[in-house]
Ligand binder design. Sequence first.
Ligand code: DGJ
Length: 679
Amino acid sequence: MIECGTCLAIVSGKFQIGLKVEGDGKLRQLSFGPQRWEEDKAPEFFPSYGDGWIYEPALAAVHHDGNVSTDLRVVSWTSEGDRTVIHLKDAVYPFEVDLHFRAIPNLGVIESWSVIRNGESGTVRLDAYASASADLGDGPLFLTQFHGDWADEANLYEERLGPGLKVLDSKLAVRAHQFRAPWFLVSRGGPASETEGDCFAGSLGWSGSYRFSFEMLPKGGMRAIAGINPFGAAYHLEPGTSLETPRLVWAYSDQGTGELSRNLHTYVRENSLRDGNRVRAVLLNNWEATYFSFDEAKIISLFDGARDLGMELFLLDDGWFGEKHPRDGDWQGLGDWMVDPKKLPNGLGVLPASAMAKGLRFGLWFEPEMVNPKSALFEDHPDWVIRQPNREMELQRSQMILDLSNPEVEAFAYSVLDDVLRANPGITYVKWDCNRYVTQPGSYYLGSGRQSQLSVAYVQALYRIMDRVAAEHPHVEIMMCSGGGGRVDYRAMSCAHEVWPSDMTDPMRRIFIQWGFSYFFPAIAVANHVTRWGERPLKFCFDVAMSGRLGMDVDVDKFSPEEKAYCRSAIATYKSIRETVQLGELYRLESPYAGPRSALMYTHNGQAVAFVYARGGVEAAPLRLRGLSAEQAYNVRELGLENEPATAVTLTGSELMEQGLPIPAMAEFGSHVFAIVPA
Ligand code: DGJ
C-alpha cells in the first residue's frame, strides 16, 4: 500500500486502486486501474443506502431502531504486508464496516471483501452486503458473461454496457452456477481482445447465490457492485456479531484478456487451488462406462484396462452405496452411505487394495449434501431437508438438499466423508458432487424469523465441512463437481484440486466449454475426459481432452486392440507434455467463436505445446504462435500421429510468431498437437 496524507493506493503490478478520505471522512475513489478522477469529482467508493445515495448500494442496513440509512465514515486504516484494512463507522450508530484488500504482488490481482459489525443494542437487518464496489469509469465498456445450462456451461456472451442497470446473478443458494458462472470480464474502449487493451476480471469466491451489478450513472461512471445475492437473503446481524463477506478477486491488465488469464491462473495455482503446482494423474472414471450397473468384478476388470492403457488413478462414481434402498438409479439410496452388499459383497476396502496392487490410486464419488426421499436417512429425518411448509415437496433428479444450517446435519454431512476416508486410507481422491439447487428455500431449523438466512448459513457450513475434510485428509485430492460445472468458484477451489467443468464430453461442444473455463481456471484445474459421447474419432477426443487434465470415462474393456493401442500411445504422449500443459502459461490463439478452426498453446520452461482443432472443414492457413523467444530456434514436431515423424521442422520464435506455423487444410474432427522445443 502507498500512503500520502489522506490518500492511499492499493497496488498490485499495473493495477492500482487509489482512494482518498474527505474532510468529512467519506471514502472516495481516485483511481481504479487506468481510470483517474479529479479530486473534486471522485466518486464514493463503498456507497450505502438511505442518506443521499440513490443508485444500487454496496450496503443497505435497517438499524435496530428501524432507521434504514447508513452513513459510513473512515475512522482509520491499517496495512501489513500485502493486506490493507480500511475501518469505516456510521456517523451515529455503533455500526462498522471494514473494507479488506489483499494485493497479490506483481500480478495485477487484488482481493476485496468486507466485514460488517453490529455494535448496536439490537439486531441490524442487512438488505445488501456486498464484497466489493468500484466505479469502472466512463465507457465504452464491454461486459462478458459466461452463461449456459447443464452440459452447456461457460459460453461467452459480450455486450456493450448501456444506460440502466445490468445484473448478472444466481439464486440457486447451494452453488453459484447453473446458468451463469460467478465471473465476468469488462473491457474498455472496445470488445475484449486477447492481446491488447484495458480489461478487468471479477470472480466471486462464493458457492451460493451471487449478484454482480453494473449501473451507468446519469452523471457519468459505471458502478460495479459484487457479492452475495441479497435477494430473499436479508441477513440478521445480532448485536456484537459480524458478517465476513466472500472475496471478490479483481484482476486488471492493459494487455488484453490473455495476460489477464495468465495472471489469474498464477493467482489460482498459488492462492486458491490445492497443490496447484503438483502435476495431476491420468484418471479412469466408470460413470459413462457403467452408470449405476456394476459389481466388484466389473470394477476390478476396469482397473486392468486402466493400467494397461497407462492410467494412474481410478474413480468409482455414483452407485456404490445403499442397503435398504440400493442405489440402482438416481431415484433412491442417496443419503445411505453404507456399501451396497449386492454390488460389493466384500465391502469397499477390497477396491483400493486391488487398485493399489495394480499400480493405480483409487477414488470415490460422494454427494454428502443430498438425500433421496426413498432412503433410510429421509425416513429417519424428514425434517433435515430444505423445503417449504404447506407446499408440495419439489424434487430435482429425485432428490432433496440437506439443511446444512442445522448443526446436526452439518455434522452428519462431514461424517459421511470422514467415516469412509478414515476406514479406507487407500482412497486418495474424491469426486464431490451436488446435483440440484434450491427451489423452495425453507429450513425447519432456522425458525420463522431467520428463514432468509438459509443460503448464507448453508454455504458457511459447507465451507466448514470442506475445510475440515481438507485438513483432516490432506492426502485426498478432491474434484469439485456439481452436475457438471456448478461449483466453479475460487473459494470452493481452495478445498479442491480440480473441477469437473461439464457433463458434456462430446469434444465438438467441449472445445467451447474448456475455452470458457480457461479465462479463470488454469488447465491443471480442469478435468477433461475422453468418452464415446458423439462417437467422435478417438484422436480428436484425446487431442481436445489433452489440453487440460486428461482422463477417460469409457468401458475400456470394450475397445478393440487397435483402439487400445491408440489410447496407450495417446496417454504416453500426454504424459510427455502434461507438465507444460498443467503448469504452463496459456495463450488462446484462435477462438472457436470465430470460426471452425480453433487453437491454443502453453509455454513452460522454454518449451511449448500447441493444439489445433477443426469443427468443420478449413483451408490451409498458418497458425501464429505466441509467448516464444523471438531469437530462439525451435524444433516443431507433431505428436499423436500413427507414424510420428522422426525429424522436426526448425523455425525461429519470430518466424513462428510472425509468419506462423504452416497448418494444412483440415477436415471436420481434424486435430494437431505440436511439441515446440528449443533446437
Ligand atoms: C453428475 C456428475 O456431473 C456426473 O459426472 C456423475 O458423477 C453423476 N452426477 C453421478 O450421479
